[in-house]
Ligand binder design. Structure first.
Ligand SMILES: NC(=O)c1ccc[n+]([C@@H]2O[C@H](COP(=O)([O-])OP(=O)(O)OC[C@H]3O[C@@H](n4cnc5c(N)ncnc54)[C@H](O)[C@@H]3O)[C@@H](O)[C@H]2O)c1
Length: 241
């Protein structure tokens, strides 16, 4: 399968190109705004993987929809309007979209949902994430996915508190909070804490490299080709859904 990588000059883009080498996925277009990279897709591209920047996603996904190409979105931090363009394109093409393509985090999403189901609102839920200093969006797409899993397990709406500051008063019962740390070269650490009066449960994932995300995204594109139009997640790809 001939593929294009959008954001090919980036940390993830480079890892994707390296991992695709020697597989049945051939990178024919390395697309990036950086100098020395392709500015257009080759005519024979059959699928696209996008790990770029949120503002780049709408135009790129619309182009894929016009050409009928399967599309994998790893880019996070999309605005509501950008997401609408993705959802509209998914009426024409299969799109896999996930804030995290690693097997471990997708398993963690299931564990968090189950834990939130079992432990009631008397266990306070705090999601923390830490990433390298270059990451541009916060909180991470993965932290949001984990918070949504916790909310789904508890059967409540996706309403979260982002950080705390000042005279905030007592913690409201049922609050789900997310906190973003930035520093150094951390690839991606996530913890979901369930803090009760007499015990604490902490579920943690630590990415040790970008390979896990890249391998998952390549797997997702192979899976997506041939699927009906729609937005799919890594849970669909892994058969958890
Ligand atoms: N879903 C996941 O599993 C996962 C994992 C890691 C990173 N990410 C996300 O992937 C994205 C990229 O992460 P990164 O660490 O590789 O970032 P990065 O900054 O190293 O790379 C992004 C690349 O996109 C390029 N780019 C920017 N605008 C572009 C445009 N209009 N067209 C083409 N290329 C463009 C930049 O020049 C850069 O080379 C971020 O949104 C990040 O949060 C997702």
């Amino acid at each position: 399968m001939k593929i294009a990588i959008v954001g090919a000059a980036g940390r993830m883009g480079k890892m994707l190109c390296a991992l695709a080498e020697g597989t049945d996925l051939e990178v024919v277009s390395k697309v990036d705004v950086a100098e020395g990279y392709d500015k257009a897709w080759a005519d024979d591209v059959e699928g696209v993987i996008d790990f770029s920047y949120h503002v780049a996603v709408p135009a790129s996904v619309e182009k894929a929809a016009a050409k009928g190409l399967a599309y994998v979105i790893g880019t996070t931090g999309l605005t509501a309007d950008e997401q609408k363009v993705v959802d509209a394109a998914a009426k024409k093409i299969p799109i896999v979209q996930s804030g995290n393509y690693s097997l471990g985090v997708n398993l963690l999403l299931e564990l968090v949902k189950k834990t939130a189901q079992v432990l009631g609102p008397e266990y306070d839920i705090e999601v923390t994430e830490m990433h390298h200093r270059h990451k541009k969006d916060a909180p991470s797409g993965t932290a949001l996915m984990l918070a949504k899993s916790a909310a789904a397990g508890r059967g409540v709406k996706d309403e979260f508190t982002y950080g705390r500051r000042g005279d905030i008063g007592e913690r409201p019962v049922g609050e789900i909070a997310i906190h973003a740390l930035r520093g150094g070269s951390v690839v991606g650490d996530h913890t979901v804490m369930f803090a009760g009066d007499v015990e604490r449960v902490e579920l943690t994932h630590k990415a040790q490299g970008r390979e896990a995300f890249a391998a998952g995204a390549l797997k997702a594109l192979k899976w997506a080709k041939g699927q009906r139009p729609g937005v799919y997640t890594m849970r669909d790809v892994l058969g958890f859904a």
